[in-house]
Design a protein. Structure first.
Length: 193
């Protein structure tokens, strides 16, 4: 799958794709694919026998973010393109940004857990670079609270399976510890999603 696109992929991204596909291709009929200009989820159709999580530009963080959305989406939503979610592109108003942050808490909490599981740095994303918007302090705290809830009460089944696979691959025999998750003093907005 990693040879179907013109973007050269890092060894870590190739490993991530192989690991995801090994973990979920058979059990969930879902594959991870790179690359399109914008990330998107496409359910199986007449031409494709597998659901496809497509991440952007070969970025490791983009893949983890899209997988997090897949782990949050229920069975019915996984049959809809991009899970049937609304999306207003870059340049949202403050009111639209507030709505965006409310629906991003669980996906970004899972992305943070996946990032730690893969031994890579997590960055909060406001996904609104045109307005110079960074993730609000309230949003960052909500994500941290959700991470703590997941680690205390358990992750969704697919998310736990993915976290376990990442840990085994990238930090063997070092389980996650809730103390690893702390808010940065100043969280920059990433440009790699």
């Amino acid at each position: 799958m990693t040879t179907e696109h013109p973007i050269p992929l890092s060894n870590e991204v190739k490993t991530l794709i192989t690991l995801f596909n090994h973990t979920f291709k058979t059990s969930n009929q879902t594959v991870l694919i790179c690359c399109e200009k914008e990330p998107i989820y496409r359910p199986a159709d007449a031409k494709h026998s597998y659901h496809r999580i497509i991440f952007a530009h070969g970025f490791f963080a983009s893949a983890l973010h899209e997988i997090a959305h897949w782990c949050v989406a229920g069975k019915a939503r996984r049959l809809l393109e991009d899970f049937g979610y609304w999306y207003i592109p870059d340049g949202r108003t403050m009111e639209q940004q507030s709505a965006f942050e409310k629906v991003e808490v669980k996906p970004q909490a899972l992305e943070w857990i996946f990032s730690q599981s893969a031994n890579v740095t997590f960055h909060f994303s406001a996904d609104n670079l045109a307005n110079g918007c960074r993730a609000s302090n309230e949003f960052q705290q909500a994500v941290l609270t959700q991470v703590q809830h997941y680690l205390t009460h358990g992750l969704p089944k697919r998310a736990q399976r993915w976290s376990d696979a990442l840990i085994q691959q990238f930090r063997p025999n070092i389980p996650l510890n809730i103390k690893e998750f702390t808010l940065p003093s100043n969280s920059p907005t990433p440009t790699d999603r």
